[in-house]
Design a protein around this ligand. Structure first.
Ligand code: BGC
Length: 484
């Protein structure tokens, strides 16, 4: 629509309104999340395809900080692949050596799983053999395999600690032939093919790694008491969280298995919620035309609808879509009269990343000079001061909606687990990911929103949202350490 009667500021006010998440909305979403958690715990992914996956991870113990030993860890979570050697010192500290490589673009959409997992296996093997890592362990006994934990940060339906089939790809990967296959097996096959001395013994989601490494780093006390970490969460390229659920509530595990675990003294299991898929049916999530466009253009339309409103991969694209729309309305960049004439960089989907937004968010230079520079450099786009002021308001509306929505699963899990009940009870949430770590004010916006959820300001005061570094590496090593 080319609405010439609209001024830029009026258009911005409309957008701000669309992106506002009220306290009523937060309560509604929190209650809905709670309902979907119960359904997810009782139904298998095959009967709950659009629901909240609530995946049992087979991790039944939280580290105390006294875990000890040297383990390998591999981490595939986004555009990078890391291989790490982790030395757990048994006193909450660790030493980590790693190599990092960027996944070649063509492998994101590789024709076969073999190409991707073959690439990963070679990287692991090179690290082990060339980096002098674990050389002593290999040389001592040629048949001895090194235990490795594999952090694989995509929705996987786990069937054991060391096995799980991919439900679907997220975050830009698109290799159809991997869906439905066991990713541990795929990696092990490629490692065996090149006779690598590595045995993949544990599979972990990055949120599980974050929870475990946070507990390891903060939990050790002289008597080995457990820390107070109750949720592990990621707000980065993607978003997700995990927490501990009493075993008897995970009814989809089947009564027989639950009794078996209980007889071994198991009381809880970590659940990977895959909250990126919260409200895929869009019953209550706020939805703008930009969200609709992004979903249509995504690799997984109809899924991960929450993630598409919250995580770093999408924030820049939401802004780009809005700028294009304002141009079409004739209120922004009027020197370009049609979409085809806009600078190519602004026409290209996913060309703006959340880092750009983070600069604009806190730009307090006079006349928003920093924003002017950012637009010149990243998009070759000259801007007027009025335009920059408008863009900053839009950026703040997008990030606030993201952070407010981010509070929903946190509040719902704390309510379900009654984690805040008890005299002077305080809890820790271990978080990792580029958005929560580097986006200015993101954590304090989450806190504002937590106070507006049913937890209220009293609940919010008892919550500590703490950055947990290196969860994917240390967490995978901790998982591997539990396998004897
Ligand atoms: C994946 C999760 C992962 C999250 C954060 C999401 O896209 O589905 O498994 O934990 O990103 O990396």
């Amino acid at each position: 629509m080319n609405d010439k009667s609209l001024t830029l500021q009026q258009a911005v006010e409309q957008i701000k309104e669309e992106f506002t998440v009220t306290s009523e909305k937060l309560s509604q979403l929190t209650n809905h999340f709670t309902e979907l958690m119960s359904i997810g715990l009782s139904k298998d992914p095959s009967e709950n395809t659009k629901g909240l996956p609530m995946i049992p991870t087979y991790v039944t113990k939280i580290p105390t900080g006294s875990e000890y030993g040297v383990y390998l860890a591999a981490d595939l979570g986004g555009t990078n692949f890391r291989v790490c050697s982790v030395r757990l010192n048994g006193d909450s500290t660790f030493k980590l050596d790693q190599t990092k490589s960027r996944i070649p673009e063509d492998l994101l959409e590789a024709g076969t799983s073999e190409e991707l997992f073959g690439y990963l296996a070679k990287k692991i093997d090179t690290f082990v053999k060339n980096g002098n890592h674990h050389a002593d362990q290999i040389d001592e006994d040629k048949s001895h395999k090194l235990k490795m934990g594999f952090t694989f940060s995509y929705p996987v339906s786990q069937t054991a600690l060391g096995a799980g089939t991919l439900l679907r790809w997220t975050k830009g990967f698109k290799i159809a032939d991997t869906v439905g296959k066991d990713v541990v097996q795929l990696l092990q096959e490629q490692l065996d093919k090149i006779q690598s001395p590595v045995h993949v013994v544990a599979l972990a989601n990055d949120t599980v790694g974050t929870l475990l490494s946070h507990a390891y780093s903060t939990g050790a006390t002289p008597n080995g008491k457990q820390g107070d970490a109750v949720i592990g969460a990621i707000f980065g390229t993607g978003t997700n969280g995990c927490y501990l659920e009493p075993i008897e509530n995970i009814t989809k595990l089947g009564q027989e298995y639950i009794q078996q675990l209980k007889s071994k003294g198991v009381t809880h299991m970590v659940i990977n919620t895959e909250w990126g898929s919260f409200d895929n049916e869009l019953k209550y999530l706020p939805t703008t035309e930009y969200d609709v466009n992004i979903d249509k253009a995504s690799t997984n339309p109809g899924y991960h609808m929450f993630e598409k409103r919250v995580s770093g991969l999408f924030l820049g694209e939401i802004l780009r879509q809005i700028l294009v729309k304002l141009n079409a309305q004739g209120v922004l960049f009027p020197q370009w009269r049609s979409f085809d004439r806009l600078p190519e960089k602004l026409r290209t989907p996913f060309n703006l990343d959340s880092e750009v937004l983070s600069h604009i968010e806190i730009d307090d230079s006079s006349n928003l000079r920093e924003t002017e520079l950012t637009f010149n450099q990243k998009l070759r786009l000259p801007t007027t001061e009025e335009e920059r002021l408008a863009i900053q308001q839009i950026v703040r509306a997008i990030s606030r909606r993201s952070a407010y929505l981010a509070a929903v699963p946190l509040a719902a899990i704390l309510m379900r687990t009654k984690a805040l009940e008890g005299y002077h009870k305080e809890v820790e949430i271990g978080v990792d990911g580029s958005v929560v770590e580097y986006y200015p004010g993101f954590r304090s916006m989450i806190r504002h929103a937590l106070a507006l959820t049913p937890l209220g300001p009293d609940g919010e005061r008892k919550i500590h949202v703490l950055i947990a570094k290196d969860g994917s590496g240390v967490g995978a090593a901790l998982c591997a350490s539990t396998v004897v």
